[in-house]
Design a protein around this ligand. Structure first.
Ligand code: GCO
Length: 434
């Protein structure tokens, strides 16, 4: 059956991020980032892939905007590379870097596509990392200076601001288990990086407001955490994992508090920062991919939970279970937990990896997730827009170019773009709801 209809004015978009699509890592005065370093380190990234060229979006953005016009999206969510704006991570703005995003934003506005800018999608300037990265409180202050530089230049045209993308991933994958840059293995000692990112968010919100920015939010990676069984031990483990993966990032921003069982892991004096972190937002971004299943920790596990596989669902080529109802479940959980403190929600990412240009499975995935989203809205969650991850196949972090998340296929030898079946499907969907 046809998809249920979404409200008038519901915003339809697509997302990308700088390191995953731009390439041109040595152009325009860009400094090095932690991802350049990580990719240059043997055995970190699948088959030695790097973001050096990626989709060459830095040069081909006019062609990519033409694709978005054809697709009919209302908004494009991209990220700004901090090392293009401040090659050393501190100091004055690099005019060429600001100039690139200025042209990108102008071209979007001309095409009638609202620019939605993320300020940080994991590409920390290497000198900032060398000085401690997110383990250092100073990084939050540097980040606010960077936000001010970008805000002053672009606040008049950017329609939606996301200071940090998925700080959970940086904390857990970057500093906790070392799967992503900067590749540290600190386990729960990574939690201070969560607080420093949350503080960076709060300080950046202040800087953006001072620069006249409208519509400021955040984008957190979320999903329900399922307990493997009903036993008290498994449920306690799931509760802990949900605090670590979901609420460590949502609660301080929305309620000015941290889950109590995580207090011992936070930097001393964290409570004084909470009012800054909890400044009111205009929107709250949810990135949803999949649920997580956990059980009580097995012997020798230094973490208070074991991660298990979610079984009995179809899988994407990336090994993610396809669970649309997890999307609805999480949105209701978020609404129930935060009530009227929750601003309007935007789905800032949702998508899947499948191979091939006739990607019927992606259509099924998106169709299922939009039905689940609609159901959550019927049940009272105020959702105002939805961004597919991603416009283009792109550099999928430590998995390199192997997973393909795009509505548009990219041939990495020729840079030829080919809209997939899902592109035509999304276009018809958007056209039909306008
Ligand atoms: C994310 C990531 C994206 C990934 C996507 C698919 O914000 O989680 O933003 O960079 O490519 O999630 O795994």
């Amino acid at each position: 059956p046809a998809l249920p209809s979404f409200p008038d004015g519901f915003l339809w978009g697509v997302s990308t991020s700088a390191y995953q699509v731009e390439g041109a890592v040595s152009e325009g005065g860009r400094g090095r980032s932690t991802w350049d370093t990580f990719c240059a380190t043997p055995d970190r990234v699948y088959s030695g892939h790097t973001g050096e060229v990626a989709c060459d979006h830095y040069h081909r953005y006019p062609e990519d905007i033409a694709l978005m016009s054809q697709l009919g999206v209302d908004a494009y969510r991209f990220s700004i590379a901090w090392p293009r704006i401040q090659p050393e991570g501190t100091g004055p703005a690099n005019a060429e870097g600001l100039g690139f995003y200025d042209r990108l934003v102008d071209a979007l506005c001309e095409a009638g596509i609202a620019p939605a800018a993320t300020l940080y999608h994991w590409d920390t300037p290497q000198p900032v990392e060398d000085a401690g990265g997110w383990l250092s409180r100073d990084t939050a202050k540097h980040f606010a200076d960077y936000a001010a530089l970008v805000g002053e230049r672009l606040a008049d045209r950017v329609a939606m601001w996301i200071p940090l993308n998925e700080p959970m991933v940086t904390t857990v994958y970057g500093y906790g288990i070392g799967q992503y840059a900067p590749g540290q293995f600190l386990l729960l000692d990574s939690v201070p990086t969560a607080h420093h990112q949350n503080l960076a968010h709060g300080l950046a919100v202040q800087a953006l407001r001072a620069a006249g920015a409208r519509q400021i939010g955040t984008a957190n990676n979320h999903g329900p955490i399922w307990s493997a069984t009903d036993s008290a031990a498994d449920r306690a483990a799931a509760d802990y994992a949900s605090d670590l993966l979901n609420w460590l990032f949502a609660d301080p921003v929305l309620a000015g508090s941290y889950p109590e069982q995580l207090h011992p892991l936070l930097p001393t004096g964290f409570a004084e920062d909470l009012p800054t972190i909890a400044a009111p937002l205009d929107l709250y971004g949810v990135n949803y991919y999949e649920p997580t299943q956990v059980s009580a920790p097995s012997e020798g596990n230094p973490l208070p939970f074991d991660l298990g596989a979610v079984e009995g669902y179809p899988m994407t080529t990336n090994g993610s279970p396809v669970v649309p109802d997890g999307f609805r479940q999480f949105l209701l959980e978020l609404r129930d937990r935060h009530g009227s403190a929750l601003p309007p929600v935007y789905i800032t990412e949702n998508g899947c990896s499948y191979d091939g240009v006739d990607d019927q499975q992606r259509i099924e995935f998106l169709d299922g997730h939009l039905r689940a989203l609609h159901a959550a809205m019927q049940q009272g969650v105020d959702v105002r827009g939805y961004f597919v991850w991603s416009l283009l196949d792109n550099f999928e972090w430590s998995k390199g170019y192997q997973p393909r998340f795009g509505l548009v296929d990219v041939d990495y030898t020729t840079q030829c773009r080919t809209p997939k079946s899902s592109f035509h499907w999304y276009r018809a969907l958007i056209g039909g709801t306008r």
